[in-house]
Structures are given as structure tokens and as C-alpha cells.
Design a protein around this ligand. Structure first.
Ligand SMILES: NC(=O)c1ccc[n+]([C@@H]2O[C@H](COP(=O)([O-])OP(=O)(O)OC[C@H]3O[C@@H](n4cnc5c(N)ncnc54)[C@H](O)[C@@H]3O)[C@@H](O)[C@H]2O)c1
Length: 386
């Protein structure tokens, strides 16, 4: 009877609590359930590249009522028919890269998605912008800084969005963590720590043309750290090693330990590996004088087994990025469409992209030369919120 005094009135006679703002999946469900329509034109798109990344974007496009796919451009003609059949793309035109001018000349195309190998990005991005299309480009925009600058200058000149797909930012946990760091929940950040252990091990064919672990992989983690902090490092010190002989043979590394120093006194660390045998291990932790925020791994399900004296057995963590970051990809896609419709500013700005690339270059220099590398930033390079 100790709690009888807390008995309350029926929930039916009280106002119904609203779903939390952050439950974007439920919000989307309600939109579909109530057939909520907005007066916005459908964005007509062309997708370049249907490989590992392109397949994710294709699936998102097909499930979105905000876009219509007009063209798919991929050089492997043998898979066109299978893609058309699998996804029921009867009204989509398939082209090879040699025929892609058709896309740029078609005034019906509003936006171009680029998910081809990095070496091809610059050419497609520039042509698409020249043709006044909005561009969503897989990271990195280009192979080097001058080409990246050129792409952003073109975007500015033609007044069209050029969005780089740093999708980790759109992961609900990292998004929430960043908002809370900016609200001061841990105070001035003393330490930010990132663990990024990739799974599965990528093919050597991919790694050979990837641009190396610093620009292909570490950029995501650098971006996450500087985005959360709103600050760029002034010193980096990096150790790297290739434990896998085939990776050593191509002059790359599979394991990297990064230390950052930031002008405000914050320290940062990244523990990066190309090969995690137990799943896609992605953690982020921020520590300050008022507390600690932690974004932990996500598991396949929430079932726990208590078995004899074995401890608690739980499900594995997600196997790889297409599953772990699926919600991030979807939210990133919705964000890009909002940018195309001028409903919001792009969350990923040209300054961020150029800064991350500069930091990745400094990390590689530190690892290869075995020294601390200092980073000097001009006022123009610094984030706008500083
Ligand atoms: N944001 C992320 O999490 C993420 C994850 C994976 C890959 N990526 C990026 O996505 C890009 C593609 O990587 P991937 O792993 O999907 O590669 P992939 O090799 O699996 O796929 C590339 C596709 O592009 C096609 N292609 C090649 N040249 C083309 C051209 N000129 N025009 C049209 N199609 C062409 C290929 O036939 C292939 O189907 C890379 O820049 C990579 O860095 C990003």
C-alpha cells in the first residue's frame, strides 16, 4: 500500500504527450500516415555510380516521395538491366559516363548525386554545376585541395548547392551529442575521444585507389571532432602502422593513433583501424569539468542472455557502415533536399571540407615524418561560429 497514494487519474482524461522532437522516424511515419503534403516540387535527380555508396542513395531515393529518378549513369552496362528489374525502374534512363552530357543538357534535372570513385568526382561536379544542377557528392569532393576549391568556387559562381556527404554528422547520436556539447552540458571540453574500427576489411582494389587511410577514412573522424568542437587543431601528432602485409605493400597504413591540440586547450584523440573482426566499432566521448557525454555502439537487437556464470551475452554490434549509419544517410538525404528547396542552410560548408582536408594532410605528414605538425589558420579558413 506504500504507493497507493501515488495512484493517478486515467491517461485518457489527460492531454496526450507529444512524441519527442528527435524521434524523426516517428515524425516521418506520421507524415505518411496522415498523407501530409507540402507544396514543394519533386526534385528530379540523376545518380552517378551504383556501387557500395550509390546503392544506399538509390534505395533512399526510391523510398522518398520527394524525388524522382530520371537518370542512372554507371559504366558497368552489364548491371543496368538487373538494377532496372530489381528496383522496378521502368522509366529511368541508363547511360554510360561517355553519354552523360545528356544529363547536363536536360533542363528537367534539378540535382545530381555523385557516388562514383573519388578520381571521377571533380569532372562530374564541375559539369553538373556548370549546367546549374544542385550537387550531392560523396566524400571527398576531389582528390586534392586545388580541385576542391575549384568545385566550391564554381558552386558559388552559379549559385547552386554543393553538398559533401559527411553523413556521420547526421547520425542521431552524434547530432544529439553535438547539440549538448554546444549547450555546455560538460562545460569547456577538455578531451574528445573517437574510436573508429572499420568492418569489414575493404578490398585491396578499393584501397589502391582510395587515396589512403588519411583522406579516405580518417577524414570522417576528423570532421566529427571539429564539427562537435567548432574548433580546428593547432597541432597534430600521429603514429601509424601497417599490420597487414598487403596494406604495407601498397604504402598505406591500417592502424592510426592521432593526438590533437586545440587553441582553447582541448585535447583530442582518434583510434582508427581498417579491420575490426567484431563489427563496426564507432564510439565518441567528450569529457569536461561538468561531466562526460558518450555515444556508444549500437547493437543488432536488445536481447540479453544470462547464462550460468558466463556473465551477460548480448547481440553483436552492427556489422558495417550501411547498417550502422543507415539513419544518418536518410537524414542527410532529407537535409540535402531541404537545402535544394532553400529551407535551410547546408550543415556541411566549404570551409569545413577544406579544413578537414588540411588536417588530414597534416596527420599524414606527421605520421610519415614522425613529427608534431603545427597548423596555422588564416581568418578566412576558420569556422564562422568562432
Ligand atoms: N560516406 C560514406 O560513408 C562512404 C562510404 C563508401 C564510399 N564512399 C565514397 O563513395 C565513392 C564511391 O565509393 P564506392 O565504395 O561506392 O565505390 P564502388 O566502386 O563500389 O562504386 C562506384 C560505382 O561507380 C561506377 N563508375 C565508375 N566510374 C564512373 C563514371 N565516370 N560515371 C558513372 N559511374 C561510374 C562504377 O561502375 C561503380 O558501380 C567514393 O568517393 C567513396 O569515398 C563514401
Amino acid at each position: 500500500m506504500a504507493t497507493v497514494k501515488f495512484k493517478e487519474t486515467s491517461p485518457y482524461v489527460k492531454p496526450k504527450p507529444a512524441p519527442p522532437e528527435d524521434d524523426y522516424l516517428y515524425k516521418k511515419y506520421l507524415e505518411h500516415l496522415t498523407l501530409k503534403t507540402e507544396k514543394e516540387p519533386i526534385v528530379k535527380v540523376a545518380l552517378f555510380g551504383v556501387g557500395h555508396a550509390g546503392t544506399i542513395h538509390l534505395e533512399t531515393m526510391i523510398s522518398s516521395r520527394r524525388v524522382q529518378i530520371l537518370y542512372i549513369i554507371d559504366d558497368v552496362k552489364s548491371k543496368w538491366q538487373s538494377i532496372r528489374k530489381y528496383w522496378h525502374l521502368d522509366n529511368v534512363t541508363f547511360l554510360s559516363s561517355k553519354q552523360c552530357d545528356k544529363v547536363f543538357k536536360d533542363s528537367n534535372v534539378d540535382a545530381v548525386f555523385v557516388a562514383t570513385p573519388t578520381i571521377t568526382h571533380k569532372d562530374i561536379v564541375i559539369k553538373a554545376l556548370e549546367a546549374k544542377k544542385a550537387v550531392f557528392c560523396e566524400k571527398p569532393i576531389a582528390e586534392d585541395r586545388p580541385s576542391t576549391v575549384k568545385c566550391y568556387e564554381m558552386a558559388k559562381k552559379v549559385g547552386k548547392p554543393l553538398f559533401t556527404a559527411f553523413n556521420r554528422r547526421f547520425d542521431p547520436s552524434y547530432w544529439n551529442l553535438k547539440q549538448r556539447v554546444h549547450k555546455g552540458e560538460v562545460g569547456h571540453v577538455h578531451m574528445i575521444k573517437r574510436v573508429a574500427h572499420d568492418s569489414p576489411l575493404l578490398s585491396l582494389e578499393y584501397l589502391k585507389v582510395s587515396g589512403g587511410i588519411f583522406h579516405d577514412c580518417l577524414v570522417h573522424d576528423i570532421d566529427l571532432i571539429v564539427w562537435v568542437l567548432g574548433e580546428y587543431p593547432d597541432k597534430v601528432s600521429v603514429l601509424a602502422h601497417a599490420n597487414i602485409p598487403e596494406i604495407k605493400a601498397i604504402g598505406d597504413f591500417d592502424t592510426v593513433a592521432v593526438n590533437f591540440h586545440f587553441p582553447s586547450g582541448t585535447l583530442g584523440m582518434i583510434d582508427l583501424s581498417r579491420n575490426s573482426p567484431y563489427g563496426y566499432d564507432q564510439r565518441l566521448e567528450v569529457f569536461g569539468p561538468k561531466g562526460m557525454l558518450q555515444a556508444d555502439n549500437r547493437q543488432l537487437n536488445s536481447v540479453h542472455l544470462y547464462n550460468e556464470l558466463q556473465g551477460i551475452i548480448t547481440a553483436p554490434i552492427w556489422y558495417s557502415w550501411p547498417s550502422r549509419f543507415m539513419n544518418g544517410y536518410k537524414r542527410e538525404f532529407e537535409h540535402f533536399l531541404d537545402v535544394v528547396h532553400d529551407k535551410t542552410e547546408s550543415e556541411v560548408k566549404s570551409k569545413d571540407i577544406l579544413a578537414v582536408s588540411k588536417i588530414a594532410t597534416a596527420c599524414e605528414e606527421s605520421a610519415r615524418m614522425g613529427k608534431v605538425v603545427e597548423l596555422i589558420w588564416t581568418k578566412d579558413e576558420l569556422p564562422d561560429n568562432l
